[in-house]
Design a protein around this ligand. Sequence first.
Ligand code: B1H
Length: 803
Amino acid sequence: MTREEFIEDLRNRVRESFAMELETATPNELFVAIGQIVRACYAKSWHNTRQRYLVNKQRQSYYFSIEFLPGRMLKSNLMSLGLLDMVRSTVEELGFEFEEVLNVENDMALGNGGLGRLASCFLDCLASRELPGNGNGIRYDYGLFKQQFVDGYQVELPDAWLKSGNVWEVRRESEAVEVRFGGNVYMQPTKDGKLKPVAENERILRAIPYDTGVVGYHNDTVNTLRLWSVEVPESEEGKYRSIEERRMVEDLTAVLYPDDSNEQGRLTRLSQEYFFVSAGIQSIVRYYKKLKMPISRINEYVAIHINDTHPALCIPEMMRILLDEFDLSWEKSWGLTVSMMSYTNHTIMQEALEKWPLQMVKYHLPRMFQIIEEIDRRFVTNLTGLYPDDLIQRTRIIQGDQIHMANLCIIGSHSTNGVAKLHSDLLKSVVLHDFYVLYPERFNNKTNGITQRRWLQQANEPLANLIDKTIGTSWRKEPTDMERLMNYCEDNEVLVAFEQAKQQNKLALAKYIEKTTNIKVQPNAIFDVQIKRLHAYKRQLLNLMHILKCYFDLKDNPEMDFVPRVWIFGAKAAPSYTYAKAIIKAINEVANLINHDPIINDRMKVVFLENYNVSLAERIIPAADVSEQISLATKEASGTSNMKLMSNGAITVATMDGANVEIRAAVGDENIYTFGLTEEEVYRYYEQGNYSAQAIYDQDPVIQRVLNAFVDGTIPNIQREGQEIFDSLLRYNDEFFLLKDFVPYCQVQAKLSQDYLNREKWQKMSLINTAKSGIFSADYTVQRYADDIWQIAPVDLHKEKRN
Ligand code: B1H
């Protein structure tokens, strides 16, 4: 598309859609018009991709996830289509602010955090590698809540992201399916002496898919993210006697559950899970029928991925269709199902492991329940005599009055993977050890990754351009080519240029901070960043304790040498997670205290940015000097902000947890600040039960002063919250070992501050972090899923021609 064609098209669309002239359009209209143009640009490739897969009978994978977190899509789509520079310059020439146009777009925030963002990175990488992989999820009317601070407290507002329409989605009326809930199922004898399930009094819902194109980077592949929305089918209208009853149905896909790593066990959530699973599986089977292949070979054409246990019902739903609709035997159905399914575990936190009350499943999903019972019964029967009874009891799906979804996933799939080496090892040796004894060949690791396209090319153009200038552009397709930057570690000119790029990004963030919070920060201070969901195990509180220690040091000794620092937080707390909310309040009050203290004189600033989301992450990450990855060892399965920040040249302060371990191996001990308990030490404390937070407190006056600040009025306005925090550490013996790790944490922070003054040393460390970050590209992660688990490959175009 030429510049002239673009302007012409834009002019017409603004006229047609808004009855306006281009000259008088606002950023809103421009965004919609450009969005339409972009969609039209890839429409043909999208159609062709689907045709190609169909004609080739391509084996495809379907990534089932209850969360997807793509963020904004205008800039990334323009970049993938190679139109970004032309469109940007043209829009600016026409007298508009391109940034303003981009900022019109609502974030598509249908996820909580790392798990949902990972799903979106994977889709981007599948398309960019021309791999036939699609997403399947829920089109929530409301995404993750918007966060505001009122008096330092988190307040949640609804995220009505669809209010102004969504240019990227296509409603596919003809692909709607029915999903059935409740009623009763009984077995009826058939003529040939078999038993067939017959259902009565079911509630039938209509699932309508909205498809979004996932545009590959500089190629012709456009895959599909299919999200399902609920409706009342016309035939059922009469059954709903009141608006309330109808509302109950429509509520099914209304909101995303806002609990990260915490399961609440609500009926609506179970219904959401079955809804998108059933709709997705039905639509896969419907597509397979178009291939005119026997059902007994469906596993050669379909790979289904279960992203955490939320889509676990994929397994019994596939069984239901094979058994009830295709009349296959149990054994045949089971073989096909297991060979199609694979599962990723994302956490070992007990409270996140899904268990559903047996009665709830039995009543609301009776056929699912029957099938799960039968899977469980056969599992127990087949293993009895071969393995110890206690092992069988610990691994079976139904235990007491609960259904263990992780057990269902492992038993019903051929692959179970963790998301970082350490995490996968813990699954084998501790958390899922019993299953590892049963099925050693099913376990594998797939360390998470990120897409450098969004997190470096798009979010950090100054750095991306500099990398191009230094080593050429091949890294944009082959991220490990960034290793070539290692040749410039001693090149002063290059180091200074990298420093300038960082400085430019810090200035931009400083501006944003001032605009949104009124806090003035010095761009030459260390920008120290912790961005992730607020959770006790992630230990934002440890960061805050260190901030308090620095504050007291300066108060006691105002003339001391102190390397200026800006601590930047971004974090949402689950609305019902009062402890996490107490920490937000405490951080905000400490910020208030320090930011206005004349003795501190701007050497410390604490900034808690509201409403952390993908777009805000894109602003913060390029400006970070320091990346805080300080979870208690064994608790963070992988982490992915650690990889994004590393790519952008931030130096990591890390515990030996999740993918931090692999980051250290990549950059070397000298280019990361590690501290804290190790996995072994944590487990030793658990075994011996001899951790005493009180004993540490009693012996350390610094810790006493820091903790007392929460309850003695030093930090104002946090009576209740301060007490809750204080109690969590002493009365309840500090579940996540903050006191134990506090001193070593402060030590590495002091070392870091000194190192920051040595600009050459710091710049070199920063460059090495970027150089070594290529291995954490999700391009490679996805390729390993494709090779080892899904067995999918790009369309063989030669084969296409031969046919
Ligand atoms: C992760 C979750 C999660 N692990 C339940 N588990 C949820 C569990 O709504 N729920 O019920 C939502 C999310 N999310 C994260 O996954 C891990 O904590 C990170 O360490 C990891 O990097 C990320 C992606 O694998």
